[in-house]
Ligand binder design. Structure first.
Ligand code: NAP
Ligand code: MG
Length: 507
């Protein structure tokens, strides 16, 4: 055992946890230390105190995990689909039975307000496993009407051993989006959680074991992206890699996957346009736009981070929007009345604050926030809700993903101008628009470069509805039937049913 620098029991008690915090790798159904014995502390972003020293996987541990996943694959893929589904359904029940524990652990490690972890992260995680648990035996091949005398049908087979690398912004939920369809389809998994937020992934591994998931079907290797993540992306024993994170890392994954031509699925950054037309219901648009950017401290790839306002309503909208933003209750995520917590790491907080400087340098006007709060919260990773008016849609703050509680305001006069601004980045993930004009709403839904469009709403997700992007936001889709297609490959089977002796060439 590696030496513990933190007293886990004290930390757990202070956070209201009832069960032990898991801090080891999960390989072949066992919690184990890293081969090197190395650990890395995961911190509480509320005050930057250590929570736990977590085993740090290296390439040797990834090898062990791939070995376990390879060994587990034949039996898991041959299991009746309904029986794989049953394990996922049991897991969904266990997640609900442990909801408060998971919510507290997620809030402690990530800074998500407890009210969000309770109301969104945990229920959505359970719903995802339940949806794909039910999907397992309903996803099927086809029979195809080919030439006379032949039966042609397709099999949907698992891809094999799947590597999954996830970020720190929604660790509990994102691991379910990746693991649930992969498992329903009969794959086995080597997953790397983000180095700053490994705790709920390890807890899920414990619950998976309790749900009866066979050893080795899921392996968790928390570690550094450049070490464990890179080892997964390069590994010749891994047949597919699914990644969520930055566009820069996505590119590295594609390059690393070239060795054995892994199948790649990428869910990358975004710069979500959120357009408010002059006929919008302003109260709904103000509330929805605040949700679009400030939920989860703006750390969402689909965040509505470009607020594109019709000139005629811009001032009225901003008055209300600024009033709402400055009234948001910032505080300790474990306090159930907190509406906005800290960013998930100090490094990231500094990156977000760096964009306030960039905004000012390019002539942007800070309308609210733009700094860390004073007082007690100053020692945590907090940033006040920040609203900045950009001079031009070409400014860096209107082009680059900030990934924080930072919204860039732009204005337009005509529909064409609004569309040009909305489509004026290289990203294409989430998008939203607020209007009562039905033809306009559908026209924009058709013309916007994005994977998701929310009309008179923003940031809705559901396990049945496809999620993913275009352009630099990546490719492939999570959720729904599309996710099952991503985690399977089609085999076409030809049967000569008339049992004729086939001729060589007609002579
Ligand atoms: P990131 O570097 O892309 O991290 C995402 C995941 O990839 C983490 O698990 C990371 O490990 C791992 N990783 C890093 N380098 C790798 C490599 N060479 N090979 C394989 N895996 C690797 O993102 P980040 O640094 O956490 O955040 C930076 C920016 O990414 C954010 O500001 C935001 O713009 C964007 N982002 C987008 C999303 C999204 O949902 N689309 C989520 C998070 C971040 P470590 O934990 O060790 O870094
Ligand atoms: Mg942490």
């Amino acid at each position: 055992m590696a030496e513990r620098k933190v007293n886990l029991a004290d930390v757990a008690q202070a956070a209201g946890l009832r069960t032990p915090i898991r801090h080891q790798l999960f390989i072949g159904g066992q919690f184990v230390d890293a081969a090197s014995g190395e650990t890395l502390a995961t911190l509480n972003p509320h005050d930057n105190t250590p929570i736990a020293d977590v085993a740090l996987a290296g390439a040797a541990d990834v090898d062990r995990a791939v070995e376990a996943a390879t060994k587990a694959l034949p039996a898991w893929r041959r299991l009746a689909a309904a029986d794989r589904g049953r394990v996922l359904l049991k897991l969904a029940d266990l997640i609900e039975a442990n909801a408060e524990e998971l919510a507290r652990l997620e809030s402690l490690d990530t800074g998500h307000p407890l009210r969000d972890s309770r109301a969104l992260d945990v229920p959505r995680t359970a719903a995802c496993y339940r949806y794909f648990g039910g999907m397992a035996d309903k996803f099927q091949g086809e029979t195809i009407p080919v030439e006379a005398g032949f039966l042609n049908y397709t099999l949907r087979e698992p891809v094999g051993v799947v590597g999954q690398v996830v970020p720190w912004n929604f660790p509990l939920m994102f691991t379910s989006w990746k693991m649930a369809p992969a498992l329903a389809a009969g794959n086995t998994i080597v997953m790397k959680p983000a180095e700053v937020t490994p705790l709920t992934s390890l807890k899920i591994a414990e619950l998976m074991r309790e749900a009866g998931l066979p050893d080795g079907v899921v392996n968790m290797v928390p570690g550094l992206g450049t070490v464990a993540g890179q080892a997964i992306a390069e590994h010749p024993g891994i047949h597919k890699i699914a990644f969520t994170g930055s566009t820069a890392t996505g590119r590295k994954i594609v390059q690393a996957s070239a060795g054995n031509l892994k199948k790649v699925q990428l869910e990358l950054g975004g710069k979500g346009p959120n357009i408010v037309f002059d006929d919008a219901n302003l109260v709904a648009a103000v509330n929805g736009s605040a949700w679009a950017i400030f939920h989860n401290q703006g750390q969402a790839c689909i965040a509505g981070s470009r607020l594109i306002l019709h000139e005629r309503i811009a001032d009225a909208f901003l008055d209300k929007f600024i009033a709402l933003a400055t009234s948001i209750r910032l505080g300790n995520p474990l306090d159930a009345t907190t509406e906005m917590g800290p960013l998930t790491s100090q490094l990231h907080r500094d990156r977000v604050l760096g964009y306030v400087k960039v905004a000012r340098e390019q002539g942007g006007e800070v309308l609210a926030g733009g700094k860390t709060p004073d007082g007690d919260l100053a020692k945590g990773c907090y940033v006040e809700p920040t609203i900045v008016r950009a001079k031009s849609p070409r400014d860096r703050i209107a082009q680059e993903e900030v990934f924080g509680p930072f919204v860039t305001v732009l204005t337009f006069k005509t529909d064409d101008e609004a569309l040009a601004i909305a489509n004026g980045t290289d990203y294409g993930l989430g998008s939203g628009l607020w209007t009562m004009n039905l033809p306009r709403a559908h026209r924009f839904a058709r013309e916007i470069h994005a994977g998701m469009v929310w009309i008179n709403s923003y940031k809705r997700v559901n396990p049945g509805s496809p999620f993913g992007g275009t352009g630099l936001s990546g490719y492939g889709r999570e959720m729904g039937f599309d996710a099952m297609r991503e985690y399977t490959q089609v085999k076409s089977v030809w049967v000569n049913v008339d049992a004729q002796i086939p001729p060589w060439y007609p002579r």
